[in-house]
Design a protein around this ligand. Structure first.
Ligand SMILES: [Mg+2]
Length: 198
């Protein structure tokens, strides 16, 4: 005797509750803008070719775009948090004009030895620490394993690994200057990262 069909549970449970979102994590200096060193004014902010294409593609595919940036220039007293926020607002508006969107920006204003006053400290937010990425994951309900990070320094990649980001890419300009034994795939422009989105 065969059992009635209705006694068999469905093979796949439907998803319940919220489904975590994937993120594209971006370092700022050297990924979004040319790293001229302690960039804090609009006149110094030179977008890297391909970054608008990458952010538009990420948005189309449903990724949250999250900037995670060490800003030891604040710790060192070269510029203030207020100046950083003003430049960030300008940067986000520039992306919106180009049809892209940055969902969140996290920054670490600390430095363990060069910081002044309260900014002088070891802080888990400072890459290679995973603090900014983990905070973003909590606040934005992100699926880290399904996420991608693009950075231009090994400390970016180390932060991604420490946080459990599924894939990291090292942006090296020019590509000849790539480290001999990179810990992850190397790309030459931000636009190359589009192929790693899905
Ligand atoms: Mg950088």
């Amino acid at each position: 005797m065969t059992e009635p069909e209705s006694l068999h549970p469905p093979a796949v449970e439907p998803p319940r509750g919220r489904v975590a979102t994937r993120a594209l994590f971006l370092d700022r200096d050297g990924v979004i803008n040319v790293d001229h060193g302690y960039v804090h004014r609009v006149e110094q902010f030179e977008f890297i070719e391909g970054i608008f294409d990458l952010i538009r593609a990420a948005g189309r595919l449903g990724y949250r775009v999250v900037v995670v940036t060490n800003q030891s220039g604040i710790a060192r007293g070269y510029y203030t948090e207020h100046q950083f926020h003003a430049l960030t607002d300008w940067m986000r508006a520039a992306f919106e004009r180009e049809g892209g969107r940055i969902d969140a920006v996290y920054f670490s204003p600390f430095h363990p030895t060069k910081g002044i006053g309260p900014y002088r400290r070891e802080d888990p937010s400072r890459k290679p620490g995973p603090g900014m990425i983990l905070q973003a994951a909590r606040e934005l309900d992100l699926d880290l394993a399904g996420s991608l990070l693009v950075g231009d320094r090994l400390s970016d990649i180390q932060a991604a690994v420490a946080a459990g980001v599924g894939r990291a890419l090292l942006l090296v300009r020019p590509p000849e200057s790539a480290p001999a034994d990179p810990p992850c795939p190397v790309i030459a422009t931000p636009g190359d990262a589009i192929h790693w989105l899905s």
